[in-house]
Design a protein around this ligand. Structure first.
Ligand SMILES: C[S@@+](CC[C@H](N)C(=O)[O-])C[C@H]1O[C@@H](n2cnc3c(N)ncnc32)[C@H](O)[C@@H]1O
Length: 231
């Protein structure tokens, strides 16, 4: 699973750099502390450290994901709902494509309020636009939920605790540079939207991707959001 994630969710260095540039105004510099929440396989952890000079601590509940995490970076097991940190322990929380996994949004909001120092930033990275805008939706029409509603819900809960939404920035990133890359990435089934489909629905979608991929224009890019909240 974690191996498929690394292959299917890979990003070009230029795309990671674009995310770091968008996030930079809200992140601390050397001497600061950033929590990479739901860090997965560490896709952004080292980049956050390199871009800022801050100490980055990754927190990830899945043992399988932690097992392929790069060595040498602080990594602890834990969930957003039960964060194993002291109050006001970090200057910023980077939460990339993990919000839709959270079961208890009230506990998530309380955890953010607890761990973030006053005036610190929460950065929520994800696809919070309309599901129709997702590049894979044409082949998997039932796979993409409206994460915009989830964002509205969680930001309302955060606001009651004094963590207020201040910015929403869109960043473009490459999904696939060629037909072969498109098919390879989809076949990993590493997007949770695809992983939860019934097998026959996924197989039919993948068959259609293989059929259509050679006729598409490349690169195939997608736009995701960086939502910034200040606590
Ligand atoms: C789609 S992955 C994103 C990983 C990484 N942030 C990235 O952008 O590559 C979602 C991650 O959230 C983690 N996760 C699931 N439930 C969580 C929770 N309640 N609290 C924190 N992380 C959670 C999963 O184990 C998974 O590694």
């Amino acid at each position: 699973m974690a191996g498929a994630y690394v292959r299917g969710r890979r990003l070009r260095e230029a795309d990671v750099a674009a995310w770091m540039a968008a996030a930079a105004p809200y992140l601390p510099g050397p001497g600061g502390r950033i929590l990479d929440l739901g860090a997965g396989t560490g896709r952004f952890t080292a980049a956050l450290a390199r871009a800022t000079g801050a100490t980055v601590i990754a927190c990830e509940p899945s043992a399988a994901m932690r097992a392929v995490f790069p060595a040498g970076m602080p990594l602890i097991g834990g969930t957003a709902e039960h964060l194993p940190f002291a109050p006001a322990a970090v200057d910023a929380v980077w939460a990339s494509q993990m919000l839709h996994h959270v079961r208890d949004l009230d506990a998530f909001a309380r955890g953010i309020r607890h761990v973030l120092r006053p005036g610190g930033h929460l950065l929520l990275r994800g696809g919070f636009g309309p599901p129709e805008a997702m590049p894979l939706r044409r082949w998997f029409p039932d796979a993409f939920r409206d994460f915009g509603a989830l964002l509205t819900d969680v930001t309302a809960r955060l606001a009651t605790l004094g963590v207020s939404r201040t910015a929403r920035i869109q960043v473009s990133q490459r999904y696939a540079g060629s037909a072969a890359e498109l098919v390879d990435k989809v076949a990993t089934r590493s997007l949770s939207n695809l992983a939860t489909l019934p097998d026959d629905v996924f197989d039919a979608g993948l068959h259609a991707v293989r059929r259509d991929a050679p006729r598409l224009g490349y690169p195939l890019d997608e736009r995701l959001d960086l939502v910034v909240c200040v606590g």
